[in-house]
Design a protein around this ligand. Structure first.
Ligand code: GDD
Ligand code: MN
Length: 373
């Protein structure tokens, strides 16, 4: 009897482990093989130069805002077609003074500063800016992320095809050497974003550079203020309307990684992604290729992480209570694998998602603490 129980329990643990590790691996190889090599099926026109509004949301960005404005100023896009809106939410540092001074010194580019009297989160600020934006294309630009000189024209090039509704960038961490987990994570993550984009669209966007057709944003009622991942949710809505929301392979942004509190930063972002996918579940799913991507990402973000603690508990019970040698061996193998960087990266990502789930029960982090980069 005991033998039978032991076998069943260990077997369940094993099956769950195969699902937990096998599903993302299978998805990765499937996406790489089936989608990554596919043509984009998008007709781009490099001469398409619409009027573009760049929105920079700021909260206490005195240290970075001037660099970011210069970064936009130095883009290889016609200055007379650029409108910058800085929307500041009651910063307590000198952000607005720096912006006002910069605007006075750079009269050849249109800049509007909106100052919110109270901080109510990034999405709230973006919606505020949206009311003032006049460009055909709207680009969100985080203050602490720098773009290569061709980023704006590269993003807009893709929007020349009317099927494309939104475009975002790939990200590389500023300090790759110290952040090996972040670097590894980004490597696989970036491949997946491009592969999904080629399939139809990717449901994960980046506020470091996120370009949208303004009319589509207006149609969906702007950015959601009840969740943190305003960029991803908006892109997903647009993809579900039948447009493509893509991240092309040649569009990169550098992102500042906090030197202190890296886990807290990852947990907050995971919280926002979970909120996004929980909200996406309620939407009607189409087109077909995108449905596949979406269901898989929903599974990977909302369900798959939970298998991990269940597996661990099963293995512990089997080992201690039923003295299963097989469970013990599996447990030891799982621990030894920690020597592998990629395995550590995977486990830490699962851990961040699990903590994020629990933390979401307490706070949604719509207004988050500024972290020094
Ligand atoms: N106006 C305004 N109001 N701007 C804000 C607020 C706010 O309440 N909170 C943050 N911001 C601005 C920051 O000043 C920065 O320009 C940008 O929003 C992103 O904030 P960071 O503090 O740099 O956060 P991050 O780099 O970890 O953000 C990443 O995750 C977020 C979701 O968790 C990025 O991918 C963001 O684009 C994304 O929204
Ligand atoms: Mn940032």
């Amino acid at each position: 009897m005991i033998m039978q129980q032991l076998d069943t329990l260990t077997l369940i643990g094993l099956i769950l482990a195969i699902i937990h590790f096998g599903t993302p691996l299978a998805y990765y190889y499937y996406a790489k093989k089936k989608w990554l090599s596919k043509p984009w099926n998008i007709k781009t026109n490099p001469n398409y130069k619409p009027k573009t509004t760049i929105i920079i949301p700021t909260y206490n960005e005195a240290k970075t805002i001037e660099k970011k404005l210069e970064n936009i100023y130095n883009q290889d896009y016609p200055k007379n077609l650029i409108e910058i809106i800085v929307v500041d939410s009651a910063s307590t540092d000198k952000t607005h003074e720096i912006v006002e001074k910069w605007a006075k010194e750079h009269k050849d580019v249109k800049l509007k500063l909106i100052r919110e009297p109270k901080r109510r989160g990034k999405a709230h600020a973006l919606n505020n800016a949206l009311k003032h934006a006049t460009g055909e294309i709207l680009v969100i630009a985080d203050a602490d992320a720098l773009w290569p000189r061709n980023a704006l024209s590269e993003a807009i090039k893709w929007l020349s095809d009317p099927i494309v509704g939104a475009v975002s960038c790939l990200k590389y961490p500023e300090k790759n050497d110290v952040m090996s987990v972040e670097g590894d994570y980004r490597y696989y993550y970036n491949i997946m974003r491009v592969a999904e984009s080629k399939a139809w669209s990717t449901p994960i966007f980046h506020g470091e550079l996120a370009a949208f057709r303004r009319n589509l944003l207006v149609e969906i009622g702007g950015f959601p203020t009840d969740i943190g991942a305003d960029d991803s949710y908006t892109a997903t809505r647009i993809a579900l309307m039948g447009y493509r929301a893509i991240i092309p392979e040649a569009l990169w942004c550098m992102e500042a990684v906090p030197s202190n509190g890296y886990p807290r930063w990852r947990v907050r972002r995971a919280q926002h992604l979970i909120q996004h996918f929980l909200k996406v579940i309620k939407l009607k799913k189409s087109p077909r290729e995108f449905r596949k991507v979406l269901y898989m990402e929903i599974f990977l973000h909302l369900i798959n992480p939970w298998l991990l603690p269940i597996i661990v508990i099963i293995l512990i019970i089997s080992t201690i209570i039923f003295s299963s040698l097989f469970a013990l061996a599996t447990f030891i193998l799982g621990s030894l694998l920690l020597a592998l960087g990629q395995y550590r990266t995977w486990l830490s990502t699962q851990l961040f998602l699990l903590i994020a789930y629990l933390k979401n029960l307490v706070t949604k982090e719509i207004v988050w603490r500024k972290q020094e980069k």
